[in-house]
Each structure stands twice: as structure tokens, then as C-alpha cells.
Write a protein that binds this ligand. Structure first.
Ligand code: SF4
Length: 273
């Protein structure tokens, strides 16, 4: 593992997180700070963009610029920012309710458009902030006070959907292993295109059973090939396996649409003729 260039705590603000004690989001916050330290990231050249939810509070706890915006709309804002300021490093963060329910449409099209930004989703399979409703990634039979008997709706598979929608970089990490997650985030942030990181992260308030993830989740080497269907099958085989599932360069949209440079000398010569 590489050594950080600066201290990770340099990227933390004095604002104390208001997450429940034991919440998995602390691990992702630590991983992100470590990733910035590994990259010697310039806080003034970086923006963290979020929507609404427990995990979407994260930008307040870090020194880069932050935008805590509208529910489900982290990606449209992040995309607009990156188009307007391609020189900035843009990272969208949030949870499964924000990103896969309210913002599900944006997630699919961000994968297709391949804008050069990283999207980190802290997936705890529940709407934690609003008292425990099932989210798109909740298991169909997850029995809860809010949904007795479960929704009986098949779960959203973020990794398979990102692959099917054309994302060039797809990874799955675990908030309980912040060092490994930090390395994965470095790969995602430096990837030249849309990079998606699904983070398995327990909600101790409404999904107590998720604390067992620490035992279930294990580090993997990821999938070495560039076949999307095979990568999706590989990830589905072991939903608690972590690692980089897919990596294949696509040309980012801004390069595809960039106008060809104007040849002023040729135009002048044409007028003079
Ligand atoms: Fe974390 Fe769940 Fe508490 Fe929200 S409700 S802070 S997700 S443990």
C-alpha cells in the first residue's frame, strides 16, 4: 500500500458528524480523507457534491468545496459543474435512496454519458434519514416496521446496471475496510471518465443485521477482463466480494463533443483568395 503524502486529517473540517455511533459512513469518510492524502489532492481544486440523506451530509465534514443540494440530484449538478469547470476534480457522493431511487434516472444516464467524475454511493439498503423505509437495494423479503413482509420487489443491482449502462469504471468496496476503499477511490478519482464505486456500508439504526457484513465482506482482486456481461456475472456470484469489477476506457463525452480547433490561418487564406 502507498504511503499518504499528507495527513488524512488535513482534509477533515472541525464539523462533527451527526451520524449514529457505529454508522458505516464514518468508514467512507475516513477512506475519502485517506484517498485525498494519497493523491495530495488540492482541496481548492476539488468539489464534493451530494443530494439528501445521512451520507449526503459528508461534504460538510471535508475541506474541499462542497454542495449539499437537492434530493436525487447530485449527479446533474456534478455533471454541470464538470462541464463548466473541467479543471476541477468533481466527486459526487450519496446513498442508495438518493442515488438509485430519486436519482436513479440520473445514475443510468451518467454512466452512458461518461462525464469525467467519480460517483461514490454508500449503500446500506435503507432510507436511514427518514426512519427506515426500504430502498431500491433492500431485499424483497426484508421485513420492517415500515414495510411488513417486505416489498416483494426484486432489488436494484447497482453494479449490473452501471455495467449495462456503459460505465467505464465500476467497483465495489466496503466501509469497514477504509484502507482498501481509499485505494479504490484513488483509482476512481484518477480514472479518465465516469467512475462508479458502490460502497457496502451498514446502517446500525435500521438494519442491525448489516453489522455482520464485517464478517461477510471480503477483499477480492476484482474481475480482470473487459467483457461487461462476464463482469456482471462475476459480481453477482458474490455480492459481498469487493474489488474493481470493470475497467475499460471510453472516450469521455466532453472529448467526443469538443469542437475541432479553428484554423484561423486557413480561413484568412480563403478570404484572401
Ligand atoms: Fe447511519 Fe443509519 Fe444512523 Fe443514518 S440512520 S446515520 S445511515 S446508522
Amino acid at each position: 500500500m502507498n504511503a499518504p503524502v499528507v495527513a488524512a486529517k488535513a482534509y477533515r473540517t472541525a464539523v462533527k458528524p451527526i451520524w449514529c455511533p457505529g454508522c458505516g459512513h464514518y468508514g467512507t469518510l475516513a477512506a475519502l480523507a485517506r484517498a485525498f492524502a494519497l493523491m495530495n489532492e488540492k482541496a481548492e481544486r476539488t468539489t464534493l457534491v451530494s443530494g439528501i440523506g445521512c451520507s449526503s451530509r459528508l461534504p460538510a465534514y471535508m475541506t474541499p468545496y462542497g454542495y449539499h443540494g437537492v434530493h436525487g440530484r447530485a449527479l446533474p449538478f456534478a455533471i454541470g459543474l464538470k462541464i463548466a469547470r473541467p479543471d476541477l476534480s468533481v466527486i459526487a457522493v450519496g446513498g442508495d435512496g438518493d442515488g438509485y431511487a430519486i436519482g436513479g434516472n440520473h445514475f443510468i444516464h451518467a454512466c452512458r454519458r461518461n462525464i469525467d467524475l467519480a460517483y461514490i454511493v454508500m449503500d446500506n439498503r435503507v432510507f436511514g434519514m427518514t426512519k427506515g423505509q426500504p430502498s431500491p437495494t433492500s431485499e424483497p423479503d426484508w421485513d420492517s416496521a415500515m414495510q411488513p413482509g417486505g416489498t416483494q420487489i426484486p432489488s436494484f443491482d447497482p453494479v449490473a446496471i452501471a455495467l449495462a449502462a456503459g460505465a467505464g469504471f465500476v467497483a465495489r468496496g466496503h466501509s469497514g475496510d477504509p484502507d482498501a476503499l481509499a485505494e479504490m477511490i484513488v483509482e476512481a478519482v484518477t480514472w479518465p471518465g465516469f467512475a462508479f464505486v458502490e460502497v457496502l456500508t451498514p446502517c446500525v439504526a435500521f438494519r442491525e443485521e448489516e453489522t455482520a457484513w464485517k464478517r461477510l465482506v471480503h477483499p477480492g482482486n476484482g474481475f480482470p477482463g473487459t467483457d461487461r456481461a462476464q463482469a456482471a456475472a462475476f459480481a453477482a456470484q458474490d455480492p459481498f466480494g469487493t474489488g474493481i469489477v470493470f475497467r475499460a476506457a471510453n472516450q469521455p463525452m466532453m472529448q467526443r463533443l469538443a469542437p475541432a480547433p479553428v484554423d484561423i490561418a486557413a480561413i484568412a487564406a480563403e478570404f484572401a483568395a
